[in-house]
Design a protein around this ligand. Structure first.
Ligand SMILES: Cc1cc2nc3c(=O)[nH]c(=O)nc-3n(C[C@H](O)[C@H](O)[C@H](O)COP(=O)(O)OP(=O)(O)OC[C@H]3O[C@@H](n4cnc5c(N)ncnc54)[C@H](O)[C@@H]3O)c2cc1C
Length: 308
């Protein structure tokens, strides 16, 4: 019987694990890939405090993993396939075993929707980004493309105008989906050029982005824009298949929690990108991982008091 099982080894899960292991709880963290989460897909992180010159995504996550392991966190390379949260003793099921735990911390993150076009995998984190706050400053006085037409895409395009010389906003329809006010702000921005009815079909460049190939969906005409960065905002998919129908989720499928990261079932906590919230960053994931671990400890104390 575990005290806590953490699902996901990104910044949120590793931080929760560090705290819970250091508090001497019986805790295990399950990660289906290499520990590190989405940060492993970015070359360089400039906005995580404590690294004034920036740090590579790999190094940052390697340090987080080593720090958690130093305090005894048991990190296992396995995917959690099923959960049973219906009893106070929760069941966590992998392909090999069924584990019992008193509390669960869901730190399974989210997956940005990809374009699925030639060159995207090769240049992911090397010019293709899902985060203007994180990567915008790398493109000072350069031209970039933003893909998407919803609130996030248009807000991020506006944000990018602080740094870049031009934003080519590529949208597959002939009008934006973003709210009117945000649209008006974008239209008033001289640095944003709208490319309507168009979809990207390929990314050019070997070691860094050199350009983007486009196809007009109405005319079929192909074109190319020379850009150094491509920001993709066509939606995120929360990794919540495990808990759909078992926990309260918001309209986009993210887990709803209270301020202490407690989800809608007692003893189940969520932290990081998988939560319903407004800002998905390493620093927010880390803070929520710490809060979730502390809330889980308090929950364990409360059930021990009830039993004694
Ligand atoms: C390209 C890119 C660049 C970024 N750059 C920055 C940046 O510079 N600064 C910044 O602050 N933020 C950046 N971000 C955002 C940041 O990476 C995320 O906000 C952060 O990683 C969220 O952490 P997390 O622990 O919640 O989730 P994740 O990092 O998504 O980790 C979740 C983990 O859970 C695992 N998992 C999911 N389901 C299961 C399961 N069933 N069983 C086992 N394991 C499972 C996944 O494999 C994954 O490793 C960037 C994101 C991307 C994609």
């Amino acid at each position: 019987m575990y005290d806590v099982i953490i699902i996901g080894g990104g910044p949120a899960g590793l931080t929760a694990g560090l705290y819970n292991a250091r508090a001497r709880l019986k805790v295990a963290l399950y990660e289906r890939l290499a520990p590190g989460g989405q940060v492993l897909t970015t070359d360089w992180v400039e906005n995580y405090p404590g690294f004034p010159d920036g740090v590579s995504g790999f190094e940052l996550m390697d340090r987080m993993k080593n720090q958690a392991e130093r305090f005894g966190l048991d990190i296992r390379s396995e995917e959690i396939l099923r959960l049973d949260l219906s009893q106070s003793r929760k069941l966590v099921i992998t392909g090999k075993e069924e584990l019992e735990t008193k509390a669960v911390i869901l730190a399974c993150g989210a997956t940005w929707k990809k374009l699925g076009i030639e060159g995207e995998e090769r240049l992911m984190g090397k010019g293709i980004s899902f985060c203007a706050t994180c990567d915008g400053p790398f493109y000072r006085d350069q031209e970039v493309a933003v893909i998407g037409g919803g609130d996030t895409a248009v807000e991020e395009a506006i944000f990018l105008t602080r740094f870049v010389s031009k934003v080519h906003l590529v949208h597959r329809r002939d009008r934006l989906r973003a709210t009117k006010l945000i649209q008006e702000r974008a239209m008033a921005q001289e640095k944003i050029e709208f490319i309507w009815d168009t979809t990207p079909v390929g990314v050019l460049g070997e070691t860094g982005v050199e350009g983007i190939e486009l196809r007009n969906l109405k005319t079929g005409v192909m074109s190319m824009k020379a850009v150094k960065g491509i920001f993709v905002f066509i939606g995120t998919i929360p990794n919540t298949d495990l808990v759909r129908g078992r926990l309260e989720l918001d309209g986009n499928g993210f887990i709803v929690t209270d301020d202490n990261m407690q989800a809608s079932v007692p003893g189940v906590f969520a932290a990081g990108d998988v939560r319903s919230k407004i800002f998905r960053q390493i620093s927010t994931a880390v803070g929520e991982g710490a809060t979730a671990s502390y809330a889980a400890e308090r929950y364990l104390e409360s059930i021990h008091e009830l039993m004694s």
